[in-house]
Design a protein. Structure first.
Length: 330
């Protein structure tokens, strides 16, 4: 597993006994894996994937990292920073509401600009059109004499997913035996790497933040490819993605997610984002309240980062209001 060192590893595994007690769990049951502290560009899970992707790009003699994502993409922010670390150019195709993106950027867009990413803003188009533009951008760059390395959305390629096979080994050395991991699933790479690395689908509770059929199809492709690349057996058990927290769709905050943001902040001083980690934590909270967590087994919540998102105008008011709502409930 060739890698370019970009992340500060290992990330800590910390107890969340105060939140656990509020959810009716015994001390020593609930933990958080702090992949928001990977260091690169403010931290986040994509640093692990980029270590392998950038290593391959350098080995192939590429000079430009080309990727895509939503307008407030954490992955694009971290890819741009990784390009700075190794002296490469970064070009990113972004879809979504781009109003104000140039004149008054917010959240991740501020950092995209700071890291010098060349942004191709394609407007409010679907992911299929965005990915077409990604491919076209790579062709145009090559024709102009650049040597582009294409990174799929979220870094969710077999090579990138190796980062979470390594993360699973790191977690196994830290966590109590048999721990079950809750993680957000946006493009499938983090889930697939954990399932392969831990050797079991049953030890990973994937919480979907987008359409499940698309995620299932992507994970079906990634798992065998990553296991083969890593030289390990396919994971045992049956994958079951939790679709209960999607709400109105990707990137749209939910009441349960906003409550999870407030709970994590008030009980643990932990900051979640409304797109990914809030929805994963909301699933964990719901399972605890309904008695669905595996009895007698440790639970690890994977904090995958996303802090800049809460400073984007579209989310800031909702996040600030989450704490007030909790206060009003007493």
């Amino acid at each position: 597993m060739d890698r370019c060192p970009l992340a500060t590893l290992p990330t800590p595994l910390e107890p969340m006994d105060r939140l656990g007690a509020a959810l009716g769990l015994d001390a020593g049951t609930l933990w958080v894996k702090r992949d928001d502290l990977t260091g690169l560009a403010g931290g986040g899970n994509k640093a692990r994937k980029l270590e392998h992707l950038v290593a391959e790009a350098l080995a192939q003699g590429c000079d430009t990292l080309v990727t895509a994502g939503a307008i407030q993409s954490n992955h694009v922010r971290m890819t741009a920073a990784a390009a700075c670390r190794v002296g490469m150019r970064c070009v990113a195709v972004l879809n979504g509401d781009v109003s104000g993106a140039s004149a008054a950027p917010e959240g991740n867009l501020v950092l995209d600009r700071l890291f010098g990413a060349e942004l191709v803003l394609v407007g409010d188009v679907d992911s299929f059109v965005r990915d077409q533009r990604l491919a076209e951008t790579c062709v145009a760059l090559h024709a102009a004499g650049a040597r582009p390395y294409e990174i799929p959305v979220g870094g969710a390629s077999p090579v990138g997913t190796l980062g979470y096979v390594r993360a699973a080994a790191e977690l196994s050395a830290q966590a109590p035996l048999g721990a079950v991991v809750y993680c957000a699933v946006g493009t499938g790479g983090t889930y697939a790497g954990l399932a392969v690395g831990l050797g079991s689908h049953d030890r990973v509770r994937g919480v979907a933040v987008g359409p499940v059929p698309e995620l299932d199809a992507r994970i079906d492709e990634l798992v065998p490819a990553v296991a083969t690349l890593a030289g390990v057996p396919f994971p045992s058990g049956q994958r079951r993605l939790d679709a209960s927290q999607i709400g109105e769709g990707y990137g749209i905050p939910t009441p349960a997610g906003l409550e999870a943001i407030a709970l994590a902040a008030r009980w643990e001083g932990l900051v979640l984002d409304p797109v990914y980690t809030a929805k994963a934590c909301a699933a964990l909270v719901a399972d605890c309240r309904a008695g669905r967590v595996p009895e007698g087994r440790p639970i690890v919540f994977l904090h995958s980062g996303g802090l800049p998102n809460i400073f984007a105008g579209r989310y800031a008011a909702d996040v600030a209001g989450a704490g007030r709502t909790l206060d009003q409930r007493g």
